[in-house]
Write a protein that binds this ligand. Structure first.
Ligand code: HEC
Length: 150
């Protein structure tokens, strides 16, 4: 038998499904943008390295981590500058980790306040964000493909 509409129908379905996936991709891409545009950004309070971080390190860390006494090869210079700090991501990331875990300063040494820990860790995380995890591993097809054969 002859179905004159068959071809057109299939064509239309194919088109519709392509369009649908395109639409989904578009929505997924655009939604977060809309979301962030609507929500009022809370004012971000920048932590000042010189005024907040340096005093915390001087008060809580430098006694055991200075150029004459660099415990575990961890050394904070006498004069800390943001520029130098930024070149030393490893030191600060490690420090952030230790402080967050409560390992540093060692128990019974000094009195690092919770607020200081928080400031320190927040600053480290903001200044040295972990390298982004590799994006979802490349799948065949380059994304947006539908399952099932063509
Ligand atoms: C009383 C001395 C003392 C103070 C104060 C101190 N540390 Fe330490 N730190 C040590 C010693 C000892 C080690 C090595 C042994 C260990 O990990 O416990 C160490 C190790 C470290 C390490 C390396 C950990 C690792 O395994 O990679 C980091 C990072 C560190 N300290 C950061 C800090 C920071 C940041 C502060 C201040 C918030 C601080 N320390 C305060 C004595 C101290």
């Amino acid at each position: 038998m002859n179905y004159p509409c068959d071809n057109t129908y299939l064509q239309a379905m194919k088109l519709a499904s392509t369009f649908a996936s395109a639409l989904v991709v578009l929505c997924v891409a655009v939604l977060p943008l809309l979301g962030s545009a609507q929500g009022q950004e809370p004012p971000k309070k920048e932590i000042n390295f010189d005024k907040e971080i340096v005093p915390i390190v001087k008060a809580n860390c430098i006694a055991c981590h200075n150029k004459d006494n660099a415990k575990h090869n961890v050394m904070f210079p006498d004069k800390m500058t943001l520029e130098d700090a930024k070149k030393n991501a490893r030191l600060w990331r490690r420090s952030g980790r230790e402080v967050k875990a409560g390992h540093m300063p060692p128990k019974g040494n000094g009195t690092m306040k919770d607020s200081e820990r928080k400031t320190f860790v927040t600053w480290v995380n903001a200044t040295f964000p972990m390298p982004a995890a590799p994006a979802t591993p490349p799948t065949t097809g380059g994304g947006g493909s539908t399952t099932g054969g063509k």
